[in-house]
Design a protein around this ligand. Structure first.
Ligand code: FES
Ligand SMILES: [Fe+2]
Length: 403
């Protein structure tokens, strides 16, 4: 089945579920139960270090979309996860990742993203091919006793699937992207993310734990209150679909225009228009909408990374559109991107920063609560704890012991 048809069918089944939720009495998907989570899950430096080294050092991370590297010699730079990483498409069209580090004297090898067949260091002009082998160097005879064959860039695991490019930040075994995406793979393939190009991107530095920042992207319960004067103006409050695909998840809420579907037979509902937010373990959300013309996708992606200490994080926020059928001009997309970034900075991240500061004065056994409205948070905090092999700290308040 074609990806476009699969997505249209998926959206029709989501429309049915949303319309059922909108009938009186209104309802919503909910998780199976509430949970308590110790505040130390966010504040414990030992847990933070384990997340940095085990998750951000060992799990596949989304470095970009295939459409950013369409041709051999195209490259992208990916630094937010820790080490500087260079991703390039080879002459054989395979995507490879390297530490962006020259093996001569350690200079940053590549500084810009122009296409070229060679990666040439700005310091002494050693030049590497797209597979990371030393191809040429000035005054080569002076280095003969090193043996040129042994000199190459440090390669990192990289894989490309469903239009996405994944890397690991440390050398190691290859990435099995199909097993990483698991049950989410068909849905993500249907999104056709490989056809997207980046129009705008921002790096945001925030004083907060990275999970506090991520939490604000992964539930809709806060939208009517925190985004009362922005996002919530177009959304039906407290109605959400949640779908779970192993480590990855999806949620979607109806716009106000959904109310009209209640009165109309399904045969008159609009075709297409899929919209949802997708969480990719461990740190990525991809919001897929048709904000401009109702049928051409625009994607807002946020990737959140630990900073250099437990109370710091870095966010990459980017807006993407299809390169072959743009829904809007660059100026219109840039305006939308600026509005989204403004909401994140001045609404979500204002709360994440203030909550982080408040937690510093909380008693050591302080606990937070996650309700049935926040099932995605419960799931990924549990999965992050499993991934680092450190169980969530026990909790003692009334109700379920912990996630
Ligand atoms: S440090 Fe790269 S060529 Fe010398
Ligand atoms: Fe929000």
């Amino acid at each position: 089945m074609q990806a476009g048809r699969a997505l249209a069918d998926e959206w029709r089944s989501m429309q049915r579920r949303l319309v059922e939720h909108l009938r009186e009495p209104r309802s919503s998907d909910l998780g199976p139960g509430c949970a308590r989570i110790a505040a130390s899950t966010y504040t414990d430096p030992r847990r933070f270090e384990a997340e940095r080294s085990t998750i951000f050092g060992g799990w596949p991370l989304l470095a970009g979309f295939s459409g950013e590297l369409p041709e051999p010699g195209d490259r992208l730079l990916f630094d937010a996860a820790g080490p500087p990483i260079l991703v390039v498409r080879g002459a054989d069209r395979v995507v490879r990742a390297f530490l962006n580090l020259c093996p001569h004297r350690g200079s940053r090898l590549v500084e810009t993203c122009e296409r070229s067949r060679r990666l040439t260091c700005p310091f002494h002009a050693w030049s590497f091919d797209l597979e990371g082998r030393l191809a040429s160097l000035p005054h080569a005879a002076a280095f003969e006793d090193l043996g040129r064959d042994g000199i190459r860039l440090v390669e990192l695991p990289a894989a490309e699937l469903a239009g996405m490019i994944f890397v690991r930040t440390r050398p190691g075994p290859p990435i099995d992207a199909a097993s990483h995406l698991g049950d989410a793979a068909p849905l993500l393939a249907a999104l056709d993310l490989g056809s997207l190009e980046t129009v705008c991107s921002n790096r945001l530095d925030l004083e907060s734990n990275w999970k506090f920042a991520l939490d604000t992207f992964c539930e809709t319960y806060h939208v009517p209150a925190l985004h009362r004067d922005s996002l919530s103006r177009n959304l039906v409050p407290h109605v959400t679909l949640f779908d779970h695909y192993g480590l990855h998840h999806r949620y979607s809420g109806p716009g106000l225009d959904f109310e009209a579907l209640l009165e109309r037979p399904e045969s008159e509902w609009p075709e297409g228009g899929y919209q949802a937010v997708h969480y990719l373990f461990p740190n990525t959300t991809i919001a897929y909408t048709h904000a401009f013309d109702g049928h051409t996708p625009v994607v807002s992606m946020f990737r959140i990374f630990p900073g250099d200490e437990v109370g710091r994080c870095v966010t990459l926020g980017s807006t993407h559109r299809r390169s072959d059928a743009p829904a809007a001009s660059d100026e219109e997309i840039a305006r939308m991107h600026a509005i989204v970034i403004d909401i994140v900075v001045n609404e979500d991240y204002r709360i994440a920063r203030e909550a982080w500061r408040s937690l510093q004065s909380a008693p050591p056994d302080f606990e937070l609560v996650m309700g049935r409205t926040e099932p995605l948070l419960q799931a990924y905090h549990r999965d992050l704890a499993d991934a680092i092999g450190l169980p969530l700290p026990p909790t003692g308040g009334p109700g379920p012991e912990r996630i």
